[in-house]
Design a binder for this molecule. Structure first.
Ligand code: LMR
Length: 400
């Protein structure tokens, strides 16, 4: 069956990790995949997660199936965090949430749901966007289009051009927006800009699909959900794919959620019935462990505070590394103004390094970045940053 079939190319992000693992360079550094690392280069299990796991093990009585939509306590806890407890959207029955296997799983379920009821819609993604958005939505059968977002010249947001595109997207089309910590650029909208985008969504009638994979990595869990709150207040249809991979470090437990928000509770109930059908025919019901752990933490005041503190530590360390990188590049004699790296938010920075530099660094120095020059700042440590900065200086001189 496979004799005449060409192999698929490796994944542009996860494929890099496979390559990195095989690299024998003792100084190798992985700045590719969006996984948090501490200053020792490890991806730790959070203390709050360890405690919750102990509580879970002690009290767990069954491994029976979860409901199709996941544990109701999990779904409620997700809504509280993602929508905000004070919000009418949370207090009403206009929002329905299901546990999905990670943020990718949530996007996939959402895409399949939308394809059923908006088969002719186009999906608009930011230029650039997370590579897997393209795969997920085109696999679901959608045609993709792009709206302006990042300007490589200014290293900032092209807000006017973004608005111009969003202002001509027709009703019923789907617009994928990064709620915070834009992947791959690290460039976000400010609250005033979000208000304008929400206004356009309402005016035009397109359907926002918010990718919310980095809550807490920008400014904090409350600040980072500003866009969700404003879309909620607008009373329109929208969807949110959220994930606990990064902010709880539950990467391999595939702990995410899809929340569908509707103008009324009756519509939300209809939406939920169809989301359940999509899940049932795909993977039947979600894995339990990560969701149970997150629910314990989100409902236990002490563990919740511990988690917030651990999340703040991760956020602050990344900000420290942003500063250290800007300083290190200047000290290593790399020409140019890299101060934009400090303005960007979340795990990633679009470094502005060319694809030739990226390839050279991988081949010659064992330093892995995603094509387009995306750097995961969390891969930098006080031990490897000098090596990285000196290597970038050498790369820019050789091929930049
Ligand atoms: C990333 O962008 O590196 C992460 O979101 C991990 C992934 O699945 O691509």
């Amino acid at each position: 069956m496979w004799k005449n079939i060409q192999p698929a190319p490796p994944d542009s992000i996860l494929g890099l990790t496979e390559q990195f693992k095989k690299d024998r360079n003792p100084q190798k550094v992985n700045l590719g995949v969006g996984v948090y690392k501490d200053n020792s280069g490890n991806t730790p299990i959070l203390g709050a997660v360890k405690k919750a796991e102990q509580m879970l093990l002690a009290g767990e009585t069954t491994k029976s199936y979860l409901p199709i939509s996941g544990d109701p306590a999990y779904d409620k806890a997700v809504q509280k965090l993602v929508l905000g407890e004070e919000c009418e959207t949370f207090q009403s029955s206009r929002a329905v949430t299901v546990h999905a296997p990670g943020g990718t799983g949530a996007l996939k379920v959402g895409a399949a749901l939308l394809k059923k009821f908006k088969p002719q819609a186009r999906v608009w993604v930011s230029s650039p966007t997370w590579a897997n958005h393209n795969g997920i939505f085109s696999d679901a059968g959608f045609e993709l289009d792009r709206y302006s977002y990042y300007n490589p010249e200014t290293k900032g947001l092209e807000f006017d051009r973004m608005l111009a595109t969003l202002g001509r997207i027709p009703a019923g089309d789907i617009v994928v927006l990064h709620t915070c910590c834009h992947n791959p650029s690290g460039v976000d909208l400010n609250p005033g800009q979000w208000d304008e985008v929400v206004g356009l969504a309402k005016q035009q009638g397109w359907i926002p699909f918010l990718d919310f994979a980095y809550q807490g990595f920008g400014e904090g869990v409350v600040e980072d959900r500003y866009a969700v709150e404003q879309f909620g207040a607008a009373g329109i249809d929208f969807l949110v794919a959220s994930s606990f991979s990064k902010n709880f470090g539950l990467y391999n437990e595939r702990t995410g959620a899809l929340t569908v928000i509707c103008p009324s509770g009756d519509e939300a109930a209809v939406a939920m019935s169809h989301v359940k059908t999509v899940i049932r025919t795909n993977y039947s019901n979600p894995p339990a462990h990560g969701g149970l752990v997150a629910t314990i933490i989100l409902n236990d005041p002490q563990l919740y505070q511990q988690w917030l503190a651990e999340l703040a530590d991760m956020r602050d360390r990344i900000k420290d590394m942003r500063r250290a990188l800007v300083q290190g590049l200047a000290e290593s004699g790399v020409e140019g103004d890299f101060s934009f790296i400090e303005q960007q938010r979340g795990m990633f920075s679009f470094s502005g390094l060319s694809d030739d530099v990226v390839k050279w660094l991988r081949a010659e120095k064992g330093i892995y970045m995603v094509g387009g020059g995306r750097i995961n700042l969390a891969g930098l440590t006080t031990d490897n940053i000098d090596y990285v900065c000196r290597s970038i200086a050498e790369a820019v001189k050789s091929v930049g």
